[in-house]
Design a protein around this ligand. Structure first.
Ligand SMILES: *[C@@H]1O[C@H](CO)[C@@H](O)[C@H](O)[C@H]1NC(C)=O
Length: 185
């Protein structure tokens, strides 16, 4: 009587993990590719991984800066490059999570599952590192406003990645109790 219920619970948990994973990939795609890495999107301030535009009082318009000038403004070139590497690396790594997750679940294979958890952990660390570095480099402008769909998407993606990391780490212990995983795929 209790076994079928447990299996159904596991299936729902696995389904939830997969849905969250797809959501994370979608959020990262949205912020980094569709929005082209633009994080703050205000009429007088546009800051992103590839754009840096501040309000120019003199001309009364938005002025975008490129690298030699950006460094003069106090944004380190290496810092921004590493931040880009981190967040786009996180996007790439998340793409490698769903397949081993699915294989690990279908084959009851702990190794494949652990591989997925490893990709998840690396991707979470890269995103946190990249985002943290970006905020450190651009804090004096960004602190004025976090308004922007890009920021929101990356923030939610980071929170979900941590949640997924916890869920996938405790999942095998739960699933271990029930060995008939093959039936579930
Ligand atoms: C990103 O910001 C730049 C600079 O403001 C703008 O020219 C570009 O159109 C924006 N891209 C997207 C996809 O919003």
């Amino acid at each position: 009587m209790t076994l079928p219920r447990l299996r159904r619970g596991d299936q729902l948990l696995f389904l939830g993990i997969m849905i969250l994973m797809v959501t994370v990939i979608f959020l990262l795609f949205y912020a980094l590719l569709w929005k082209a890495g633009n994080l703050t999107d205000l009429p007088n301030l546009r800051i992103g991984f590839y754009n840096f535009c501040l309000w120019n009082e003199g001309t009364g318009s938005l002025q975008c800066y490129q690298f030699p000038e950006l460094e003069a403004l106090g944004v380190p070139r290496v810092g921004l490059a590493l931040a880009r590497l981190g967040v786009y690396g996180a996007l790439v790594l998340t793409l490698f999570v769903p397949l081993p997750l699915l294989l690990g679940w279908c084959n009851s294979n702990r190794g494949e599952w652990q591989l997925a958890v490893g990709f998840l952990a690396m991707s979470s660390m890269l995103l946190a590192g990249g985002l943290g570095l970006f905020l450190t480099c651009t804090w004096q402008w960004v602190r004025l406003s976090f308004q922007g769909p890009g920021f929101l998407a990356l923030g939610i993606a980071q929170a979900l990645l941590i949640l997924l990391l916890m869920a996938t780490a405790v999942f095998p212990q739960r699933a271990e109790k029930d060995k008939s995983k093959l039936e579930s795929c």
